[in-house]
Design a protein around this ligand. Structure first.
Ligand code: GLY
Ligand code: MN
Ligand code: MN
Length: 459
């Protein structure tokens, strides 16, 4: 099984034990998840916290760490002759456990009584898989709602305080994931031509990832209607004059994610109208990345990108007025209704199962309710070792523009008349993955073409 050295997991668990201090720490691994009946399952994906502390990617596992005695037990069944018949000979679970530095294994059936014995000192995480939620509810004779209430903030915060800082071996894996994502994007862009269906481009993305022993880190977002932020429909025909937005990223064979977006014209070249907006998004992306360093709050980077966008949109006459006032009022959210980025790692939105606000905000930072800013997943001060996405965009969402105009909102600032000719423009997003270094930043992976010249030169 592809895993880091045992010492990596041992050190991670030791740090966690110290941070939690008291009680029994429980990890529920993920199980197979049925598509349409029990034995026809989605691709198995292990829980990321389980991967981080134990590295074993296999269904039917749980693990406990006693923060006081230091005892560590892996719960899971050794494979039987039936398993060998159906899925073949494999490494024993005991061997896999040793690869993670764990020397005690017990059958899964012993987990219930173990948990019942320790029910007054147990730390659990928020359970996003309902089978695990129900299992734990049954073990503890509680309702699923009561189990949800039990999530331990000590445990959650201890994990966030570890997983937020990527180690050298993690950065290495993340660069691999980004470099596979890069190939996915290059092959996708090279295959674009008028008359093809979107799904034909999607097939290039899958083919490329599979050929490099990788999978998708999330469902591919690819559309000529890039103004729809997370568009998973791929049945449109590419037409000359349109833009194609591709937001796709690889999960490599150590389960680290890439999250990359590129937008290219369906024709070989950008029209001047497309190029004008594209250059604004590119400038937002480059200038946001250039700002990144430890100590700077990511919320400030989001706001700076918004101001830059409003300044540039003002220059081309799509908005007018004082940019600070517009920013304060939230005009930018009409054109970029999402946040500038999020943490990335084993999860594409890293640790979002633990709570988006606990990962991306600190108690002194209140989450905004304004369109755009309310969707900012990462707002806190950046620190050395964080890995995050930078993904500005400009979108012309006809329904949102019409609604805003009809409501008379922002009428002093937004030039709704001029915007009418943008209703069929679509959307542009450019996204890269960045590491915060000791005093600056580093874009992960080999650079992926993003200037107009580079993108046009691909075809
Ligand atoms: N790929 C989803 C996102 O960019 O957040
Ligand atoms: Mn993305
Ligand atoms: Mn992203």
């Amino acid at each position: 099984m592809k895993m880091f050295q045992a010492q990596v997991y041992i050190a991670r668990r030791s740090q966690l034990k110290k941070a939690v201090g008291k009680g029994l720490i429980l990890f529920m691994g993920n199980n197979e998840s049925p598509i349409n009946y029990r034995d026809n399952t989605y691709n198995f994906r292990q829980d990321s916290n389980f991967l981080y502390y134990f590295g074993i990617s296999q269904p039917g596992l749980a693990a406990v760490i006693d923060a006081e005695s230091g005892e560590e037990i892996l719960f899971g069944d050794e494979f039987s002759i039936d398993d060998i018949i159906w899925v073949g000979q494999q490494q024993s679970l005991g061997e896999k456990a040793r690869q993670a530095g764990i020397y005690r294994r017990q059958d899964f059936s012993t987990l219930a009584s173990f948990i019942q014995k320790n029910k007054n000192r147990i730390h659990i995480l928020p359970l996003y898989r309902h089978d695990n939620l129900i299992m734990l509810a049954e073990f503890l004779s509680k309702t699923p709602a009561e189990i949800r209430e039990m999530a331990s903030t000590t445990f959650i915060d201890a994990i966030i305080a570890q997983r937020s800082y990527k180690s050298a071996e993690e950065i290495e894996q993340m660069e691999i994931a980004v470099n596979i994502s890069r190939k996915m994007h290059l092959n996708a862009m090279r295959s674009v031509s008028p008359g093809k269906y979107e799904y034909e481009i999607v097939s290039e993305i899958y083919r490329t990832a599979k050929a490099m022993d990788a999978d998708m880190a999330y469902a591919v977002i690819l559309s000529v209607h890039g103004q729809t932020l997370h568009n998973h429909y791929h049945g449109n025909i590419l037409k000359g004059g349109q833009l194609l937005l591709n937001d796709s990223g690889a999960e490599n064979n150590m389960f680290y994610a890439g999250d990359i977006t590129r937008t290219c014209p369906v024709d070989r070249t950008f029209t001047s109208k497309q190029a004008e907006i594209y250059e604004i998004v590119l400038e937002m992306e480059n200038s946001s990345i250039a700002m990144l360093r430890p100590g700077l709050a990511y919320r400030e980077v989001h706001i700076a990108a918004n101001k830059l966008m409003l300044n540039r949109l003002k220059e081309i006459g799509l908005v007018n007025g004082d940019v600070d006032e517009m920013t304060e009022a939230g005009v930018g959210g009409i054109f970029m209704p999402h946040g500038l980025g999020h943490m990335i790692g084993l999860d594409v939105h890293d640790m979002e199962d633990l709570s988006e606000n606990r990962v991306g905000y600190t108690p002194d930072l209140k989450r905004s309710t304004q369109l755009g800013l309310k969707s900012l997943r990462l707002a806190r001060k950046l620190e050395t070792g964080f890995t995050l996405t930078v993904e500005p965009g400009i979108y012309f969402i006809p329904e949102l523009l019409t609604k805003t105009e009809t409501e008379g909102k922002f009428r002093d600032w937004i030039n709704f008349e001029k915007l009418k000719s943008y209703h069929d423009f679509g959307g542009i997003r450019i996204e890269d993955n960045v590491l915060i270094t000791a005093d600056s930043h580093q874009i992960l992976g080999t650079p992926i073409p993003k200037s107009i010249g580079e993108i046009e030169a691909l075809r």
